[in-house]
Each structure stands twice: as C-alpha cells, then as structure tokens.
Design a binder for this molecule. Sequence first.
Ligand SMILES: C[C@H](O)[C@@H](O)CC(=O)C(=O)O
Ligand code: MG
Length: 430
Amino acid sequence: MLQSKIINLTVRDVRFPTSLEQHGSDAMLAINVLDSQHTDPDYSVAYVVLETDSDATLKGYGLTFTIGRGTEIVVCAVKALSTLVVGKTLKEIVSDFRSFYRLLSSDGQMRWIGPEKGVIQLAIAAILNAVWDLWARVEGKDPAKLVSCIDFRYITDALTEQEALEEQMLKEGYPAYTTSCAWLGYSNQQLTQLCSDALAQGWTKFKVKVGADLQDDIHRCSLIRKLIGPNNALMIDANQRWDVNEAITWVTKLAEFHPLWIEEPTCPDDILGHASISKALAPLGIGVATGEQCHNRVMFKQFLQASALQFVQIDSCRVGSVNENLAIILMAAKFNVPVCPHAGGVGLCELVQHLILFDYISVSASLNNRMCEYVDHLHEHFKSPTIIRNAHYMPPEDPGYSCEMLEESVQKHQYPQGEVWRAIEKQGIL
Ligand SMILES: C[C@H](O)[C@@H](O)CC(=O)C(=O)O
Ligand SMILES: [Mg+2]
C-alpha cells in the first residue's frame, strides 16, 4: 500500500455560516463588523482529497482552516502546488518526508509568495494534512500513535512510562478547555446559560473573548468568574486587538479576575512586543499565549528564545502540518513551555487532538498547565468527530488524521454553489 501513487488531488471551498449566530466571534472581527456589511466569521475549510491508484477507497483527506472570504485564494494556492504532489507514490514521500516538505515549501518561484507563511503555508498545511491522513490509513495508525512505531527493546527501563501514558490517555483522555461559552457576539444571557451547562458537564477551564470594550470585558469576566468560582481556570483572548502598552494597561484592569493567560494580546508577528507584555504581566501571575496565527517553526523558535510566551498554541492547519508541529512541540519541550493547542475553528479539534496526545505520550509526559482547546461547533460534519468525555479529549479510534468530512456536508456547504449558500443568497441574509 505504500506503493500507492497519488493520481489526483481535488480541493474544494467549504464554508459554514457560523456568523449568523456569532459562533467564533472575537474582538478583531468586531472591527470588521463596524467597517463592513458582513458579520464575521464563517468557519470554512479548503478541503483536499488525494486519490490513489490502489483502490477507490484508499484516499487521503486534509484541510486548512479559514474564516470565509479568502478561502478561494487558498484553493488556488493548493491547485498551484498540486503539480508537485500528483504522480508521487506515498513511499517516495514518506521515505524522505523532509525533502517533500521542502519541495512544497521551497519551490523556486512559489516561495516568493511566502516563504512558509500566509496563503501558501495554509495551502501546504492542507496538502500535508492529507498526506499524513493517507499514510496513517495505510499504516492503520493515527499520528499520535507514532510511539507504536518505536522499537522499545533494550530501552524499556526508560520508555515503559510512555506505554503507561498511552494507557492513561485511553482511559482518561486529554484535558480540554472550552471557548464555546463566551464568543464576543454572545449575549450575557447566552453566556450565563452556556457556562452553567458547561459546568454541569464537568468543564473546569473557560476562555472568554475580550478586547472590544473594557467595561464590557469587565462585566463579562466578572459574570463568568462568579459563575465558575475562584478555583476553575479562566483564560482571556484579545485576538491581536491591542498595541503593546494598551495590552498591558487593559489586561492589568482584568487582573482581578485572575486569568491564567492573555491570548494574542497584540500583533502575532511582534515577538519583542509579546516579550514586553509577558514581562509586565508576570508580577500579576498572568501568562501570554499565542500561536494560532504564528507563521512557522522559525517564529515559534524566536518566541521561545525571547521568553515572549508562556503557552505555545500550536495549530494543526496554520503551519506545515505534522512536520512543523513536531518541531514546535520538541522546541517547546526544550524550553520547558507547555503546549496548549488552538482549536477554535472547524476541523481544528479533530486534527490537533492527535498532536497533543503525541506531545503527552512521547515528549512532555506532563499535564501541568497543559490543556487543549475545544469548541463545540460543526463536529457533525466529520466522519470521525472528536469525542469529549468529562471535559477530556478521548483518543481517536479510527486510523487516519480525522480530517475526512461527510460528503453530503461538503456538497451542501460548498461555496458558493452549495444549497446552504444558495438559500442564504436567496434570503439575502449575508
Ligand atoms: C475567528 C476564530 O473564531 C477565533 O476567534 C478563534 C480563536 O481565537 C480561538 O479559538 O482561540
Ligand atoms: Mg485565540
């Protein structure tokens, strides 16, 4: 099966009208709402399927996450890269995966529209996610089970612990936090109801969107802190809304609610800015978290070297797939900084659970200050949706990278011709 040749690559623009109910809304998007007719975001994917010459059922499914407009540009970038993929056997790719990564990321001409950042990196992520899915299907594994590729002979004195960790994950799962209770566009009534429901389901870690209006932030953080009590975790997320000094001033005014971290306090490219914010907030016991829009491993390296973050938020679709995320996970371990993956988007939970399980079983072996984001949206469109039990991710059971979507969902939500979007256009509601 490793000899399977990729004979076709298809890519489709698939969008979900989450903006209609303000799922996923945040302070940066609020600027767009003020400036444009659209409310935001519409959770979307550039959805890639790799077909092989083995048999019609052996395919690789991959995706990258976007928030609506612009997905069509990512689709174009995937199509431009597809000539480097079609015609290769899986064995050619995985027997020298680093070279294949460089083939895509360092193409002599296309690297100019990167390198390894922005639209071209999102397109590379979608393609490589599909390759990892195909490989995992052929091997009958999920990427988190890479540890089962290791020969433990003669090293079991050191590594039996990892097998125990794997058992622990199978039994208890990996700790999660929820962002689904407090999107910026939710009313206080929604926020109260969703938080109460989440507490009843066993959730103990909550993330709140902030950054648009300080008084509103104080009101909502006070409401949530009262609801969840003093011992549960509260995180806040500004989605790049502030300048550096504004971030320090604003978060200091929210310190009374004891947030564990402030996420994306300023421009995601401003490493030294994050370092200044981190240093200023350290006496308040508030860490800095970022990563969902961090271009690549090189940027993460500098964030770590500059002590500019206390929580590394890897994202399964922002950087060059498993290939780059493995490097980031290993660097975070070297700098002893916890990995707390971003997953606020469609499909991101399904993919990143594999990575965080690998981190725990094969790298960090620690759950201290570690948690994986979970958002309760759109899982019904996936063939192997995430399984959450008592606020923990339960390990995926199906071989693959959990990217495969239900074909019916893809067709209904394909943009702009899918029936969902034709109906929205007819009603003139977006
Ligand atoms: C636009 C997305 O919903 C973003 O707000 C998600 C995010 O920042 C997170 O989940 O963290
Ligand atoms: Mg965020």
